[in-house]
Design a protein around this ligand. Structure first.
Ligand SMILES: [Zn+2]
Length: 192
C-alpha cells in the first residue's frame, strides 16, 4: 500500500509542475495519455490538442462544425473501440468524462453547466498580431475489469480514428511500477 502511495506521489509531481496548461508545450499531433491500473480499475486520461481531433481549436461556427463536435463526442464515447485492454481481462467501459474550455459540455454529451458555474469561455476575438489561441480536450475513461490479473496492456487505436495524431506520449502507473512509452501509428500497444 505504501509503495503505491509513493508511486502515485512520484507520478503526480510532473503534473503539478506543469499545471499551467497555457505554459505547457502544446504540439499539434501529439497527445498525452495517462494510464492508471489499480486492482480492477483501469483509468485512462487523454489530454489532446483539439486541433488533432477536430481540425480547429475554438467554439464551432455553423452546423458543419457543430456536427463535427457531435461526431467527435460520439466517437470518444465509444472508447472501447479506441482503447482495447487485454481481451482476457474482461474490462468493460464504465465511465466517460469529456471536457474542453471552448466547447459546450452539452455538445460533448455532458450535463449542462449549472447556472452558478462559469459558462465555457467564449471564443475570444483574436488581438491583432496575437498568436492564435490553443485549446485542448481532456477526456477520462474508466474501465472495470472482471479478471484484473489478466490485464497486461492496452491497444491504443486513436491513430486509426484520428489521423491527425503523429505521437502519443503515454505514462503507465500500476501497483508495481511506473513506465513511459511513446506510441506512434506503427507502435500502438502499451504493455505492463
Ligand atoms: Zn493548438
Amino acid at each position: 500500500m505504501l509503495s503505491r502511495t509513493l508511486l502515485a506521489f512520484a507520478a503526480a509531481l510532473p503534473i503539478v509542475s506543469a499545471v499551467a496548461h497555457a505554459e505547457k508545450a502544446h504540439v499539434h499531433g501529439v497527445a498525452e495519455l495517462n494510464v492508471d491500473v489499480d486492482k480492477d480499475t483501469l483509468r485512462i486520461a487523454l489530454e489532446s490538442p483539439l486541433d488533432s481531433l477536430l481540425g480547429f481549436e475554438r467554439a464551432p461556427k455553423g452546423d458543419k462544425e457543430l456536427d463535427k463536435v457531435r461526431r467527435l463526442a460520439s466517437q470518444l464515447r465509444q472508447a472501447d473501440k479506441l482503447f482495447v485492454p487485454t481481451p482476457g481481462a474482461g474490462c468493460k467501459l464504465e465511465k466517460i468524462k469529456l471536457e474542453s474550455a471552448v466547447l459546450d459540455p452539452v455538445l460533448l454529451g455532458e450535463a449542462p453547466v449549472a447556472a452558478a458555474s462559469p459558462a465555457p469561455a467564449p471564443a475570444r476575438a483574436p488581438q491583432p498580431g496575437a498568436k492564435p489561441a490553443h485549446a485542448e480536450l481532456d477526456a477520462e475513461f474508466v474501465f472495470r475489469c472482471a479478471q484484473p490479473a489478466a490485464l497486461q496492456g492496452l491497444e491504443v487505436k486513436l491513430f486509426d480514428a484520428f489521423p491527425g495524431y503523429r505521437q502519443i506520449r503515454a505514462q503507465v502507473l500500476t501497483v508495481k511500477r511506473q513506465s513511459a512509452a511513446t506510441l506512434s501509428p506503427k507502435a500502438k500497444a502499451l504493455h505492463w
